[in-house]
Design a protein around this ligand. Structure first.
Ligand code: GAR
Length: 200
């Protein structure tokens, strides 16, 4: 059985969607460990309630790579095959990225490369785009710059607020994150430069 490692910093709704799909047998893997850099992250509480193994690793006051080395050590301890960032609000060091080549996924609430970084939904509203969405991508050393695995398009409505738009995007996030995980775990994709393509 393949093993997932989940990293989160907050609410953890993407983690919960993944956990539900694992439970339902829709993702061929188990969640080996849930790690958070925030002690009071709701996602960490929910993971404990679900009976999953959790670790709190504080990031405050640590050098980026020192923190990442602690996280990587735990992921290796649990022999994690695929790392899923689920609202994990930190850039990864090159060290971390090289330890898991093409095996770290992130979800972002915009159609990358548009609106990277924080407040992607607000950026979309302020820019005036008519469509936005979400992206699951492989993680590299940049901010939301890695190769794209899956995307979903969401319309921006005239009466949208940041909250209503975020909610509509989130429903799609919950769907495509699990899809992307399956694509990688089932070895259905190949890499050609920045492009993630279906295997023939
Ligand atoms: C999600 O909308 C995710 O796309 C976003 O944070 C939220 C976390 O929600 N991530 C980013 O903006 C990363 N740049 P969750 O904790 O409920 O999964």
């Amino acid at each position: 059985m393949k093993k997932l490692g989940i990293l989160l910093s907050g609410r953890g709704s993407n983690f919960e969607a993944i956990a539900r799909n694992v439970q339902a047998g829709k993702i061929p893997a188990e969640i080996a460990v849930v790690i958070s850099n925030k002690q009071d992250a709701i996602g960490l509480v929910r993971a404990r309630e679900l009976g999953l193994t959790t670790r709190f690793i504080p990031s405050k006051g640590k050098e980026r790579e020192a923190f990442d080395r602690e996280v990587v050590a735990v992921l290796k301890e649990f022999q994690v095959d695929l790392v899923c960032l689920a609202g994990f609000m930190r850039l990864l060091s090159p060290y971390f990225v090289w330890e898991f080549p093409n095996r770290i996924l992130n979800i972002h609430p915009a159609l990358l490369p548009a609106f990277p970084g924080e407040d992607a939904q607000r950026q979309a509203l302020e820019h005036g785009v008519k469509f936005t969405g979400c992206t699951v991508h492989l993680v590299n050393e940049g901010m939301d710059t890695g190769p794209i695995v899956c995307q979903a398009v969401v319309p921006v409505l005239d009466d949208d607020t940041e909250a209503t738009l975020a909610a509509r995007i989130l429903a799609e996030e919950h769907r495509i994150y699990s899809e992307a995980i399956c694509l990688l775990l089932e070895d259905k994709v190949r890499f050609e430069g920045r492009r993630v393509l279906w295997k023939a």
